[in-house]
Design a protein around this ligand. Structure first.
Ligand code: BEZ
Length: 257
């Protein structure tokens, strides 16, 4: 594997750890689905700042963490110096028959084209190895996205499809892609997982951290007014008992090589 340097990096690792720690908290349930065994060699694909890789390490796994973001990898190395972390793009992995399992939490909805990542994941597994992943599925955060796009249009701007950063497939779409690269799909699930966005500014923080590219052609003043309108309009839909609750929809899959 050539761990080459990734250039563009929009991720703020401190903000991610500080305000969006729920991402790895939810991941511990995916570890249960992974059923890691002592001594297995496991790739954590899209490891962020390394919390789940560290959980795997503590359960006796030989874990390697990979993330596209240099900022995240730098932070992961500082937090967990005993674990190997590398910056690499999921569509350009060059591992070949090296892992007993590839594990990926809350990342693959950022990765395009998905079949290229799946082909790399498949190649990186030993024969009989497993791929266990969870990420945003069809309809994920639809209420929030619809409102942002509505506001962009109401401000007199066109919405550019190329600014949409995510891939939210249905089970049918994703498992078909898995089968195309060779996986035997043994498990697939699509479910609602309402997700608390902590604090009064939870929605705004989420949009700023994750959905910046939707607003990337706007001036600062336009962004600010869009954010305010999004908050005002979504309050009656997704603000409950003093908390913002995002309409996350996940898919979970297991594929065997
Ligand atoms: C997700 O985990 O589903 C997600 C996180 C940030 C932005 C969009 C989706």
């Amino acid at each position: 594997m050539n761990h080459s340097k990734i250039n563009q990096d929009n991720w703020n690792a401190q903000l991610y750890d500080g305000k969006h720690g729920f991402v790895s908290k939810h991941g511990s349930r995916l570890i249960e689905l992974l059923e890691p065994k002592k001594g297995e060699v496991i790739l954590d694909l899209g490891c962020g700042t390394g919390d789940l890789a560290n959980d795997l390490f503590n359960s006796g796994v030989n874990v390697v963490g990979v993330d596209k973001s240099e900022n995240m990898i730098e932070q992961a190395r500082m937090k967990y110096p005993e674990i190997s972390f590398y910056a690499a793009d999921a569509t350009e992995l060059t591992y070949d028959h090296e892992f007993d399992a590839v594990f990926s939490n809350a990342v693959l909805h950022w990765v395009k084209p998905p079949h290229k990542a799946l082909a790399c994941i498949y190649l990186s597994l030993k024969n009989g190895g497993r791929f266990v992943a969870e990420f945003g599925g069809k309809g994920n955060v639809q209420t929030i996205i619809d409102e942002i796009i509505d506001q962009i249009k109401q401000n007199g701007n066109p919405f550019k499809e190329e600014n949409f950063p995510w891939f939210y497939p249905s089970i049918a779409e994703y498992t078909a892609l898995m089968e195309e690269v060779g996986f035997r799909v043994t498990f697939a699930q699509h479910f609602d997982r309402p997700t608390l966005l902590e604090g009064e500014n939870g929605l705004r923080n989420w949009v700023e951290m994750f959905a910046g590219s939707l607003l990337k052609d706007m001036m600062e003043s336009e962004k600010e007014s869009i954010l305010t309108n999004v908050e005002n309009n979504l309050r009656e839909k997704i603000y409950e008992d003093g908390q913002w609750v995002a309409d996350y929809k996940r898919i979970r899959v297991i594929g065997i090589k």
